[in-house]
Design a binder for this molecule. Structure first.
Ligand code: GDP
Ligand code: ZN
Length: 309
């Protein structure tokens, strides 16, 4: 029996849509009987972005194998839950949409999301949206934000869906990549997706499949092609995104600028809190590590210890 390969572009629970990326030719497929898995024990064996093998069985395409993942991102229902759900696999980039105000940004939360990206080895791109609002009123807040995150080694694109600022740059940054868009409700994530490709409207959703499906099903994660190249996976909200199990001594490994500085710490392991000869604290004093990022680190350390007691 001949088998072909394709990528999962929609996961609707019991059935899937596949496409032979980078070609966009979505077609339905099902899971039936045994599927060969080359990976972990998460509750759902197949996620958006998975590379799969399938074969034709009458009128159906049946997924027979899920190939190795280069990365994947897991969502847990609660911090202490053992149930985990792979929300997406093989993402080239996480596009993290934020706004400084309306809603107000919480840096420790953003830092947790960035740590998650580091843990899962998904390069993160930060999009600071709604700059039209605060460029005038709070220019120092914009500058400060950019300084913190570029200083930590992340790329920050400043955008406005109102004036169009930064939209070309974002479109270019997404080109030919599979992009997982995430952001807290209200930051303008849907507007940004629509701005880089007006044919995409996450608020309406499922437009691209409308002609292929009889009934309307709800799907949490699906992939859409960007007309200028690349793909968007829209992730609904960030709840649960920032929850990974880390040992206290592991946390600093996922703050790139702390990892870099920590090579010169006198003690290993070093918690970078009170030890003499701590190179991270020295970098903090010299302004090479921002107080905001360090504060997020301390918060994660404290919370981690609390959960482990
Ligand atoms: P989502 O919940 O993150 O998908 O956010 P939406 O795209 O629905 O946008 C939330 C609100 O912010 C809407 O009222 C948008 O019109 C507004 N908005 C989005 N982007 C911008 C922007 O760049 N500047 C301003 N001033 N408002 C924006
Ligand atoms: Zn140290």
């Amino acid at each position: 029996m001949t088998e072909s390969e394709a990528v999962v572009v929609k996961n609707a629970g019991s059935h899937f849509m596949l496409s032979e990326l980078p070609q966009w030719n979505p077609f339905p497929a099902v899971l039936r009987g045994k599927v060969r898995l080359n990976h972990s024990k998460a509750t759902n064996p197949v996620a958006v972005g998975d590379h799969v093998r399938y074969r034709r069985d009458g009128d159906d395409c049946v997924i027979t194998e899920v190939l190795d993942r280069s990365n994947y991102i897991i969502r847990k229902s609660t911090n202490l839950s053992r149930q985990s759900h792979v929300i997406a696999a093989n993402m080239d980039q996480a596009v993290i949409c934020v706004s400084l105000f309306f809603p107000e940004i919480k840096l420790p939360f953003l830092d947790r999301v960035l740590v998650t990206c580091e843990v899962y080895k998904i390069p993160a791109l930060i999009v600071l949206n709604k700059v039209d609002i605060y460029r005038e009123d709070a220019p120092e807040a914009v500058e400060n934000f950019v300084q913190i995150y570029e200083g930590a080694g992340y790329k920050v694109i400043q955008t406005s869906c109102k004036t169009g600022e930064g939209i070309d740059e974002l479109r270019e940054a997404c080109k030919d990549k599979i992009n997982l868009f995430s952001g807290e409700s209200g930051v303008g994530k849907s507007s940004l997706i629509k701005a880089i490709d007006p044919t995409l409207d996450p608020k309406i959703g499922q437009i691209s499949y409308a002609h292929l499906q009889g009934k309307h099903t709800t799907s949490l994660y699906e992939m859409y092609p960007i007309s200028s190249g690349g793909f968007v996976v829209d992730s609904p909200g960030l709840r649960g995104f920032g929850l990974v199990d880390l040992q206290p001594e592991e946390i600093a490994l996922y703050f790139p600028e702390m990892l870099e500085a920590s090579r010169d710490c006198r003690f290993t392991p070093c918690t970078h809190t009170h030890e003499p000869g701590c190179a991270v604290k020295a970098a903090l004093d010299e302004g090479r590590i921002s107080p905001e990022r360090y504060n997020s680190y301390l918060g994660m350390l404290e919370q981690d210890t609390k959960f482990r007691k």
